[in-house]
Design a protein around this ligand. Structure first.
Ligand code: HEC
Length: 96
């Protein structure tokens, strides 16, 4: 199941690229205006530059807050993108 989720995220990214659109967030959008798929695509697009995607289930929501604070500057993402990516990770995070 985990593999399937990652694969479907990646296929969304591939699809988006092949249609010359990007899944980036515009300044006016908030964390809640995107579908979960789009948030997952943002995660896949912005967080694989330096390492493989970490399974959302590896950490709890709280732990993801810390990782997002640490990784957002590295990934050079906007606050909106950070909020959207965190939303996706939190929705799939390890149960506390
Ligand atoms: C510029 C490179 C870079 C980018 C982009 C990046 N990371 Fe990282 N990431 C690292 C490095 C280096 C480490 C390991 C060192 C550390 O722990 O700080 C790491 C470690 C991690 C870990 C810990 C993995 C583990 O199993 O212990 C998580 C989780 C993580 N990154 C999440 C993310 C997320 C989410 C994003 C996208 C917002 C992201 N990273 C983007 C460089 C990057």
């Amino acid at each position: 199941m985990k593999k399937m989720a990652i694969i479907s995220i990646l296929s969304i990214v591939v699809y988006a690229c092949s249609h010359k659109t990007t899944a980036t967030v515009t300044k006016t959008e908030t964390a809640t205006s995107l579908t979960m798929e789009a948030k997952g695509a943002l995660y896949a697009a912005n967080c694989v530059k330096c390492h493989q995607l970490v399974e959302p289930e590896k950490f709890t929501k709280e732990e993801w807050v810390g990782w997002m604070d640490k990784m957002a500057p590295k990934a050079k993402i906007t606050n909106e993108q950070k909020a959207n990516i965190y939303d996706y990770l939190a929705a799939h995070a390890k149960a506390e």
